[in-house]
Write a new protein. Structure first.
Length: 540
């Protein structure tokens, strides 16, 4: 236990020393000033544009859209025609053909990791399809759905919602492909521990195609970027928006408020991922789904209370997608905003979910790919659309802000002439119909942030293990670095954090999508094998 306490002290001391230096700036501002150049540098690199006519379109967005669209057509629109099959597979209808009976006692927790949230690393196939889906969804459903959507609507207008939905739909195909490959090429350690994800299917799958060097290079690049993504979108963005909400509720700003909140969050997260204490996780694994249900119910209450404006809201969404208002960057500008926010929210094409899905207990890799396509549907098509409608209704009734009138990922509120972040805008929208809901939303945001950080600490750790081996010392180094970014995220501005987070999450698309475009024929083979097994079972 002493080494864990020393690790936490090592995280806090640099910030105490940093705070004691004489300067007119507050600690939060100084941390942000140090972090911003890194964020802007990564953003410029990852979002390097391809000029088409008068538009500059990021190459990563082109790769994401082209790849997902191709898979959608190649596999015959699996998001539509395999949706019923996905529901039946999750329900366990085909468990008999998979030999897929899992007892809770079978779950193998190692290295102090969490049950349910991070229990995808036990014996070969220790979780059911539903458990694997729940694990992956816990890492995606969160602040991207609450704060990220608000940023998309504020920056790109209602039309961004349409492109988010489109991205979610074609993203279902990318999830299907990457998670099928994740199960097919997973690695099983000597102790039965499952190690999976793009770094393994890139290396092993491409080696079988006599592209061993390319596979190894792509796998290493992905692993490095996934570690960075765990620090950014899976960590810094979460702690940033949680800190903003806590500060707003407590009425404290400036100075070192973000840093203090970040240190507290880092200690709580550290108790779980370093100390291996399971009690907090056992509580959150029950409370987080409960909070998600409350959030969805609250959204539905607001939607039904504005039912007469639903048609008008969707009219704004569709017209804004193809005829955006001046200042929103044209059709491609709105499309890019929508796709960027949706990709950040559901991570389809990024490959991160394949790490969680790889340990499912099945003989048919395609069965988990089919299940995984439900993830973008739940995360983006359902929950993100609900949030978008709440914000659009709010602005329709109050005229609180002008679409596109944003600076540094913050929107100008007309009444106060102040800029606020995404999570504050969502809070205002909910409070306008459900007074006092901001307190419940604050609890939900903290829990969503906590669960996402825990899940992403696992994704990053698996990538770290791939790069530096599976020893305990290497694990501790990664976990300490992860906790440092909890504090950095809480201290920095939303603009710096969202630039870094977007860049790190979407950078994963480069190595992953190249691998998917080379390996997808194997996915068709696995799909045919799974469908044949189901057909044979029905005959019997």
């Amino acid at each position: 236990m002493k080494k864990y306490l020393l690790s936490l002290i090592a995280i806090i001391l640099p910030f105490i020393s940093f705070a004691q230096e004489k300067t007119e700036q507050g600690l939060d501002e100084r941390i942000n000033d140090a972090f911003m150049p890194i964020a802007e540098g990564w953003e410029r690199l990852v979002f390097y544009p391809l000029t088409i006519g008068e538009y500059n379109i990021p190459i990563v967005v082109i790769l994401l859209v082209v790849g997902a669209t191709y898979f959608t057509f190649y596999f015959g629109f699996p998001g539509i025609f395999k949706f019923k099959l996905a529901i039946n597979t999750v329900r366990g209808k085909y468990d008999e053909i998979e030999g897929n009976e899992v007892e809770k006692s079978d779950v193998n927790i190692v290295d102090g990791d969490l049950p349910d949230t991070i229990k995808d690393e036990g014996k070969e196939g220790e979780v059911t399809h539903f458990q694997a889906l729940a694990t992956a969804v816990s890492g995606t459903v969160g602040l991207g759905n609450i704060a990220g959507v608000a940023v998309a609507i504020a920056v790109g207008g209602p039309g961004a919602t349409f492109w988010m939905i489109v991205c979610g739909f074609i993203g279902m195909s990318s999830k299907f492909v990457e998670c099928t490959l994740g199960v097919k090429y997973r690695d099983i350690g000597p102790d039965g521990t499952v190690y999976g994800g793009p770094m393994y299917y890139l290396q092993k799958g491409l080696k079988l195609q006599n592209k061993a060097v390319l596979g190894k290079v792509l796998a290493v690049i992905f692993a490095v970027l996934c570690v960075g993504a765990s620090f950014g979108g899976g960590n810094a963005f979460q702690s940033n928006q949680a800190a903003v909400q806590i500060s707003s509720m407590l009425g404290i700003t400036g100075g070192a408020s973000g840093t203090i909140i970040g240190i507290v969050l880092a200690i709580v997260v550290g108790i779980v991922i370093i100390g291996g204490i399971k009690r907090i996780a056992k509580i959150t694994e029950k409370v987080v789904p409960f909070m998600a249900i409350i959030y969805i119910i609250a959204s539905l209450v607001i939607i039904f209370s504005n039912i007469e404006f639903v048609g008008e809201a969707f009219s704004l969404i569709i017209s804004g997608a193809f005829s955006p208002q001046a200042g929103l960057g044209g059709i491609l500008g709105v499309l890019i905003v929508g796709f960027q926010r949706a990709a950040f929210s559901n991570e389809a094409g990024a490959g991160s979910a394949a790490i969680a899905h790889s340990a499912v207990k099945t003989k048919y890799p395609a069965s988990e790919g089919i299940v995984a396509l439900l993830e973008p549907f739940i995360d983006t098509i359902v929950i993100c659309t609900m949030t978008a409608l709440v914000i659009i209704f709010f602005n329709m009734s109050s005229g609180a802000f002008e679409y596109g009138n944003s600076v540094n990922s913050s929107v100008l509120i007309n009444e106060t002439q102040q800029y606020i972040g995404g999570v504050d805008l969502t809070t205002m929208a909910f409070d306008s119909v459900l007074p006092g809901f901001s307190y419940i939303l604050t609890v939900a945001i903290i829990l969503f942030a906590f669960s996402t950080m825990i899940s992403w600490s696992y994704y990053g750790l698996q990538s770290w293990k791939y790069l530096f081996g599976r020893g305990k010392k290497a694990d501790i180094i990664y976990k300490v670095m992860f906790l440092l970014f909890v504090v950095i995220g809480a201290s920095a501005t939303l603009d710096a954090v969202i630039k870094f987070s977007d860049a790190m999450i979407l950078a994963l698309v480069f190595p992953n999508m190249i691998g998917l475009l080379l390996l997808f024929p194997k996915v068709r083979e696995e799909l045919v094998r799974y469908l044949s097994a189901i057909k044979s079972a029905k005959k019997n």
